[in-house]
Structures are given as structure tokens and as C-alpha cells.
Ligand binder design. Structure first.
Ligand code: ZN
Length: 146
């Protein structure tokens, strides 16, 4: 009993210690716990855009040879295009998921609206929980409907 109490107390303490750490993670530069594929793709895309901007700047400042500039620019552009199409794919998938979820929800509503077979005994009023021909309480014959 006492050990269970101590355990529960330790668990509660651990929760209060860990919780602010998790919350702080999103504000600082550390990787947030709930990073999704979508946000990760966006972050990577922004990094590539940054790289392209830096490259343009260095090229205009003549810090980089034209040939190197062309090669790097092509690499970055290809990567950006790749990341964009990946983002579109993720978008498409989440749209499909939303569609499926809506369909399932609509089907659930329809199923609920369907008439549930009633096995309530007309003689004693007992609500038989299973499809039965005779009342489980008084043995009267039930008019089976479906
Ligand atoms: Zn009955």
C-alpha cells in the first residue's frame, strides 16, 4: 500500500518535471517532440531557399566561380523541386485521409439510424439482450422482427 503510494507520488513528480521540459522544447531551437513530416519538409525547403540566396549573394560578390555557381544552383533547385513535390504528396495523402474519415463518420451515423431489432418481451417487458425466440425472463414467444 505504502509502496504504491510512493510510486504514484514519484510518477506525479516525474510528470511535473518532464512537462515544462516538453513545452519549452517548442520555443527553443531544439527539435520539437511533435515534428511532422509536413513541417520537416517545409523546414528543409526553407533551408534550401536560404542556401540559394546565399549562393546568389556569393556569386554576385564574385566569391564563387560561374561554373561552381551553376552546378550548385542546379543542385539546390533540384532539391527544392523534390521537396515541393514531396510536400504535395503529403498534402494529397492527408486530403485522402480526411475524405476517408468523413466517409467513416457518415457511415457510423447511418448505422446508428438503422432500426435496432427489438427483443423486448411484449408480455413482461424484459429487454432481451440477444436475438432470441423466447423471452429469457418469462419464456413467452417473441414476435421476431428484423
Ligand atoms: Zn417476458
Amino acid at each position: 500500500m505504502l509502496t504504491a503510494l510512493a510510486f504514484a507520488l514519484a510518477l506525479g513528480l516525474a510528470f511535473f518535471v518532464v512537462k515544462p521540459l516538453l513545452a519549452a522544447g517548442t520555443d527553443e531551437g531544439t527539435l520539437p517532440v511533435d515534428v511532422t513530416l509536413e513541417t520537416d519538409l517545409k523546414r528543409r525547403r526553407l533551408v534550401v531557399y536560404d542556401n540559394i540566396q546565399d549562393l546568389e549573394f556569393e556569386y554576385r560578390a564574385r566569391k564563387i566561380a560561374p561554373q561552381d555557381y551553376q552546378t550548385l544552383r542546379e543542385t539546390y533547385t533540384t532539391e527544392a523541386a523534390h521537396l515541393i513535390s514531396e510536400s504535395h504528396e503529403v498534402d494529397r495523402q492527408s486530403t485522402e485521409e480526411a475524405f476517408i474519415e468523413r466517409e467513416v463518420a457518415a457511415r457510423r451515423v447511418r448505422r446508428k439510424a438503422e432500426v435496432v431489432p427489438d427483443y423486448t418481451c411484449p408480455k413482461c417487458g424484459f429487454e432481451n439482450p440477444l436475438p432470441v425466440k423466447f423471452c429469457g425472463e418469462c419464456g413467452a414467444k417473441l414476435g421476431v422482427r428484423d
